[in-house]
Ligand binder design. Structure first.
Ligand SMILES: C[S@@+](CC[C@H](N)C(=O)[O-])C[C@H]1O[C@@H](n2cnc3c(N)ncnc32)[C@H](O)[C@@H]1O
Length: 239
């Protein structure tokens, strides 16, 4: 039921914030995908996998939700795309060095531990392969914390924690219809777990909500002063 609601809201493009603000920057950070073997980690209904497939060599989408993988498979997919149910907290059933690019869009803040995932990304990437991550900005939750402290509790996080608190939260999503566990991490957490591994940080972007977006989605005006997402690119070091 959540999967079909998610698919209905996400569609092929996501909402206007995705279409106008996050996804153009994600595409810029990804750069050329021509001939690349791509893993879409937390692929949801497969919208990114399908978008990238035209130019890529192959795209494999993995997601923990069997329902979403079923929905992704039922779409009209290019022949070089396939989907598998896999949890990013587990080892993944792919060979060493079998990808050139791993994209993970709006997933990592839902994953309770990133340790196995980062080690697996390192193993799965060929030399000089890249990881592009778009994740909820660590300051976004804290913005809601500040609102709550000022007595203006937001409907998005009814329970908030401090910036440095590593505690799960409940975040309201899917147009306010469900609450999902969300794992609070600092910016340092997201960067250092890769940098302490085999990666170097090669891009960091904080797209800001624009007037163009607010015209379409007026409720986002209040969020023009806070970064909603952060986009990071890490490159696997040469050996
Ligand atoms: C907000 S959706 C984003 C989907 C897609 N990447 C996109 O940009 O449209 C988050 C996705 O992460 C998946 N997910 C959450 N935790 C996961 C985990 N531990 N392993 C794999 N997928 C996970 C969810 O099932 C969901 O499809």
């Amino acid at each position: 039921m959540h999967a079909s609601l998610y698919d209905e809201i996400q569609g092929e493009t996501g909402d206007a914030a995705h279409e106008l603000v996050y996804d153009p920057v994600i595409n810029e950070v990804i750069g050329s995908v021509t001939g690349r073997r791509i893993l879409d980690a937390g692929c949801g209904n497969g919208c990114w996998a399908r978008r990238l497939a035209g130019r890529a060599s192959t795209v494999i989408g993995v997601d923990a939700s069997a329902e979403l993988i079923k929905l992704a498979r039922a779409k009209v997919n290019p022949t070089n795309v396939r989907y598998e149910v896999q949890n990013l907290t587990d080892k993944l059933p792919f060979q060493d060095g079998s990808f050139d690019l791993i994209l993970s869009s709006m997933v990592l803040h839902y994953v309770p531990s990133l340790t196995t995932m980062v080690a697996e990304f390192d193993r799965l990437l060929a030399s000089e392969g890249e990881v592009v991550i778009c994740v909820q900005h660590p300051m976004y939750q804290y913005h809601h914390r500040a609102l709550a402290t000022a007595g203006k509790l937001s409907p998005v996080f009814r329970y908030t924690v401090g910036y440095f608190d590593h505690l799960p939260l409940k975040q309201v999503t899917l147009s306010g219809k469900i609450e999902v566990p969300t794992y609070n991490r600092t910016l340092e957490d997201y960067v250092q777990i890769f940098v302490n591994g085999d990666f170097v940080l090669t891009a960091l972007r904080e797209p800001q909500f624009t007037e163009e977006l607010v015209e379409v989605m007026p409720r986002y005006r209040a969020l023009m002063e806070v970064p909603r997402v952060i986009i990071l690119r890490f490159s696997k070091m040469k050996h």
